[in-house]
Ligand binder design. Structure first.
Ligand code: GAR
Length: 228
């Protein structure tokens, strides 16, 4: 198997990046060859260095709104490292349609909500305010629209009655760390294809159980099941 040369784009903590680096054993279909941050103070850079992965910084601030210039500088670094596939991992800059088009099908993102619910920022606070019972995260191919694009995989977590933004964020983040390495591996291994604008994954098992929250009494559940 020829591993895809992976570039990880970060802006901060880099815990999703770390989960991917930890998963990227020699038999993993993507080989992390670069961690690129748009901020020099991103904590994830140190994590990558400690793992021996090359890092680079292209300061978005230095380009003062010149998004094309910023992206050209990123492209140069990505090219120097022979990056073939990009995973956005808490990368908090919106990419231009031109950049997205150049990397079409080779650029993925993780977002902390069950898209298309709650695109944008403050997803956990908005989920709590909306009173949803299930929340989660989505890995998707990146298209020109922000937090849009064909969905590769999602993980759902319950929202509990005494949740705070922090407790809910922590539950979602743990799910992100399990979901992202798996979803990225499917893309890198060529198991993701597009059909009518949707991503179809081959060679994976799908969950057939429902996740219910709140959970009805067991007796009620089995009554329902026996009717099927
Ligand atoms: C993650 O929760 C990720 O889903 C989110 O930023 C966090 C980064 O954490 N991304 C977005 O909101 C993108 N729209 P990390 O740096 O520890 O991976």
């Amino acid at each position: 198997m020829k591993r895809k040369r992976l570039g990880l784009l970060i802006s901060g903590r880099g815990s999703n990046m770390a989960a991917i680096l930890a998963a990227a054993a020699p038999d993993y279909p993507a080989e992390p060859v670069l961690v690129l941050s748009n901020r020099a103070d991103a904590a994830g850079l140190e994590v990558a260095k400690a793992r021996g992965v090359p890092t680079a910084v292209v300061e978005s601030r230095a380009f003062k709104g010149d998004r094309a210039g910023f992206e050209a500088a990123m492209e140069a670094v990505l090219g120097q490292h022979g990056v073939e596939i990009i995973a956005l991992a808490g990368f908090m800059r919106v990419l231009t349609a031109d950049f997205v088009r150049r990397w079409e099908g080779r650029l993925i993102n993780i977002h902390p909500s069950l898209l298309p619910a709650f695109p944008g920022l403050d997803t956990h606070a908005r989920a709590l305010a909306a009173g949803v019972r299930l929340h989660g995260c989505t890995v998707h191919l990146v298209t020109a629209g922000v937090d849009e694009g064909p969905i590769i995989a999602q993980a759902a977590v319950p929202v509990l009655p005494d949740d705070t933004e922090a407790s809910l964020a922590a539950r979602v983040l743990a799910a992100e760390h399990r979901l992202y390495p798996a979803a990225l591996s499917w893309l890198a291994a060529g198991q993701v294809r597009l059909a009518a604008g949707r991503a179809v994954i081959t060679g994976v098992d799908s969950a057939v159980d429902s996740l219910l929250n709140p959970l009805p009494r067991a007796a009620l559940l089995s009554t329902q099941c026996s009717k099927v």
